[in-house]
Ligand binder design. Structure first.
Ligand code: NAD
Ligand code: ZN
Length: 360
């Protein structure tokens, strides 16, 4: 047995208002006047003085607003990297991602691709990155994905939706300031929060489970129950707790794996562009055969918060399209192995997946 030697985020700050420390945290990492800090910021914050006035720009530092209607593509990352190389004479001092999973993943991927040759699609997979990336910082403004702590950056490439998983992917620095999540719309709060809940269920019910994952997973699961089902939390407490649930959920899957919901959700994402959080919800709603208790609890949470999920999004798909989704889902072998066991191929067939997709 070889145990994974797992890299972690090197530094983390937690606290309401900790975002104010950004400048002093970055300053020692500046490499020179011509090596800027590049801030990727979710474009929902464009014109939001409360947030952006706290980003201090010096020398050639730059804020780049990123639209988040669609999840990141490998071609988009390659373009962003090229833009930086063309504009600046030196490598940036740092890449800072301020936003949800999309912006954090973009920051990670750009940081890696600035120091690794070729196209980002060539690095989708496990441990293909050769060189450490540029110093990179993650600052979540919505909680749930665990992207702030994970060893991956999920990209859609020409052939697949798959992460760049590597020891160099995790952030060098994370700033966890729950106050930044105060204006997240309710539906999005639920979808991204449920990403965390699903991480816990898939990790805790997987065959890869071990005490490391279980410890983090149980804590995050407990926090999710409190946040989404109890009535006694203040808004601030709920924000603080969801931010820590996301972190713990991410830590839990780091040392285990996700499962059926994520595999199927990647298929929806690849073919239909359904985003990660809502995609997981659409899939998870139909997984009572795999995760009976988790799904029952999910339905309670959905009802409590009056969330209506889109229905029949696969109703009009043809055979070819269904097959594309099934191919994407089945290619994620570690997820199935975790969910169903080593001999998963004897239990999970294309028909199993077709029946599930038809319900969605
Ligand atoms: P997101 O980044 O898609 O953002 C969702 C929406 O919330 C956007 O419209 C955004 O503008 C808005 N938003 C974010 N913060 C806000 C705020 N403070 N106020 C108002 N609106 C705000 O959402 P997400 O669910 O965090 O991320 C999904 C992405 O993360 C997907 O691309 C997925 O593949 C990726 N992901 C990555 C990992 C990983 O480990 N790297 C894990 C899970 C998901
Ligand atoms: Zn997820």
């Amino acid at each position: 047995m070889i145990y994974k030697n797992y890299p972690m985020v090197s530094r983390v700050v937690f606290g309401r208002g900790s975002f104010n420390q950004l400048d002093e945290i970055l300053a020692p990492n500046r490499k020179g006047r011509n090596a800027p800090f590049i801030f990727y910021v979710d474009d929902v914050f464009k014109g939001n003085h409360w947030l952006t006035s706290r980003i201090m720009l010096s020398y050639k530092d730059k804020i780049i607003y990123v639209p988040t209607k669609e999840e990141p593509k490998t071609s988009q990352i390659d373009q962003m990297v090229e833009d930086i190389i063309l504009e600046f004479s030196e490598l940036p001092s740092g890449i800072i991602g301020i936003g949800g999973g999309i912006v954090m993943d973009i920051a990670k991927a750009v940081s890696l691709m600035l120091t690794n040759k070729g196209e980002s699609k060539d690095y989708q997979g496990w441990d293909l990155i050769k060189n450490p990336g540029v110093y990179h910082v993650g600052i979540p403004t919505i909680s749930g994905t665990g992207a702030e702590v994970s060893r991956t950056t999920i990209l859609t490439g020409p052939e697949r939706k798959l992460g760049i998983n590597s020891d160099y992917t995790p952030f060098d620095q994370v700033i966890l300031d729950p106050e930044l999540t105060k204006d997240v719309p309710k539906d999005q709060w639920f979808y991204t929060g449920m990403d965390c809940f699903v991480h816990c269920v898939e990790s805790l019910n997987g065959t890869f489970l071990n005490s490391f994952s279980k410890t983090y997973g149980e804590k995050a699961f407990e926090l999710c129950q409190e946040i989404f089902l109890s009535d006694h939390l203040s808004t601030k407490e709920a924000q603080d707790k969801l931010m820590m649930a996301s972190w713990h959920g991410g830590m839990s899957i780091a040392y285990s794996q996700v499962g059926v919901a994520h595999a199927l959700s990647y298929g929806l994402g690849y073919l239909l562009g359904v985003k990660h959080g809502i995609g997981n919800c659409i899939v998870f709603d139909h997984l009572e055969d795999y995760y009976p208790e988790g799904v029952a609890m999910f339905k309670k949470m959905k009802e409590k918060h009056g969330i209506e999920l889109p229905q029949r999004i696969c109703a009009d798909l043809d055979e070819h399209q269904m097959n594309t989704m099934i191919d994407v889902a089945l290619s994620l072998e570690p997820l199935w192995e975790n969910a169903v066991g080593k001999n998963w191929k004897t239990k999970i067939t294309r028909d199993t997946l077709l029946e599930l997709y038809k319900k969605m």
